[in-house]
Design a protein around this ligand. Structure first.
Ligand code: SAH
Length: 393
């Protein structure tokens, strides 16, 4: 393993367990590591600090450990077992009525660059760093050995999440198994997971708790689930006793998925209808007072900091449409999953929309990502999902 020397004074954030080393902090490396190699990180004076994955780019090292320990099969097994223990403690894993959860959430589980979502007997592994890509087979082997999880299939899906320039020739495919039984259970509801072609790892696991809250509010309501994708919110609203549920997404594939998921849980139920349409167009054309529970869960409007201003305008425009149209006494669930948009900025964008609409609005709940997407306290950048539940007079 090659040794990376930090510039003088650049070890401070690492002593506070921040898991990234920026390229500007690097003094020199003894030798020429290849992208994805492990490096041993030492201070200017040569004192051991950490071991991590080296990569070309502004984040030069993603730290795997602050202890001087081998990164071997035992290491991966210990880290994954620890992640699973926490999910069992949360009451999310080890349940028959909930086989869908995030097992590894990158920095939040002290494994920067790695995401693992579990869907029944399948784990979908996603590498966001070259180092995790290099280690994918060791990770898959450790996943199969985990006590308390019976995984038949390990699917690797990193085609779009790895740095393009690294030119790894990566492909999506099975690292173990190969079975396409794609139905997973979330809080007793069943969902087809399209890990092969779907967005992210095939499902938005991060909305589980917020969907359960929609279920609580749904009784007797007319629900509009905007940006529905797999229809998670729609299916929960139906179980909650909604009078009607309309799902909207601009992608025809998403509309097929939502219809399939509604059919899986509520066969032949005529309360549900899905529309392949643009959200802004749909909101503009729909009648006033048609809905009294609206969910807005758009894709990230700001993927980078420089897109922030436009993103905030986008959130205001979208929420304004909903405030203008929602029935008096209606409930609005509104979300942002842009990491670049802070909780306060999002709230201000929604506040602006409320003020422009002239409606009286109360905040009932402030929502965030669930416990299986933990935030490393030394890495606040890991916080991304925020939402508000609003009562509109
Ligand atoms: N609410 C979903 C996740 C939403 S992901 C869940 O709980 O799983 C965002 C979705 O918005 C994607 O499915 C994407 O196809 C859709 N989308 C993106 N732009 C859109 C637009 N302008 N109008 C409607 N849908 C859009």
């Amino acid at each position: 393993m090659q040794t990376l020397y930090l510039k003088r004074g650049k070890d401070e954030s690492l002593r506070r367990f921040h898991p990234w080393i920026f390229s500007g902090a690097v003094h020199h490396i003894d030798g020429q590591p290849a992208e994805g190699d492990l490096v041993r990180v030492v201070t200017a004076e040569g004192e051991f600090i950490a071991i991590g994955h080296w990569q070309i780019g502004s984040i030069a090292v993603r730290v795997l450990t602050f202890a001087d320990e081998p990164i071997d099969a035992g290491f991966w097994l210990r880290r994954l077992a620890c992640a699973l223990d926490v999910r069992v403690a949360m009451g999310i894993a080890g349940r028959e009525d909930n086989t869908t959860f995030r097992l590894v959430h990158g920095e939040g589980d002290n494994l920067p660059g790695l995401v693992v979502d579990v869907y029944g007997r399948t784990a979908v592994v996603q590498a966001h760093s070259v180092g995790m890509h290099v280690c994918r087979h060791e990770i898959a082997a450790a996943l199969q050995q985990l006590d308390g999880l019976q995984l038949d299939n390990i699917f690797y899906k990193s085609e779009t999440t790895l740095p393009f320039k690294a030119d790894l020739g990566q492909e999506n495919g099975f690292l173990a198994g190969g079975d396409f039984d794609d139905v997973a259970i979330e809080n007793g509801l069943r969902f087809h997971i399209d890990w092969l072609r779907g967005q992210k790892t095939g499902f938005f696991v991060d909305q589980r708790d917020n969907r359960a809250l929609v279920e609580q509010y749904a009784h007797g309501r007319s629900v509009l689930n905007m940006f529905c994708y797999t229809g998670g919110f729609s299916v929960y609203a139906m179980r909650g006793g909604a009078e009607k549920v309309h799902s909207v997404d601009s992608s025809a594939k998403a509309i097929d998925l939502v219809n399939a998921n509604v059919e899986l849980n509520f066969p032949g139920d005529s309360r549900h209808e899905a529309f392949a349409e643009d959200a802004f167009k749909f909101l503009q054309q729909m009648e006033d007072d048609a809905y009294d529970l609206i969910i807005l869960d758009p894709p990230a409007f700001a993927k980078h900091k420089d897109a922030l201003r436009n993103a905030l305008k986008g959130y205001t425009r979208l929420n304004l449409r909903a405030f203008e149209k929602i029935r008096p006494g209606g409930i609005l669930f509104t979300f942002s999953c842009s990491q670049a948009v802070s909780k306060d900025q999002f709230r201000t964008a929604v506040f602006t929309a409320a003020a422009l609409s002239g409606r009286r609005v109360r905040i009932l709940h402030q929502l965030h990502q669930p416990a299986d997407h933990p935030i490393n306290i030394y890495h606040p950048e890991g916080e991304y999902l925020k939402g508000l539940v609003l009562y509109v007079e």
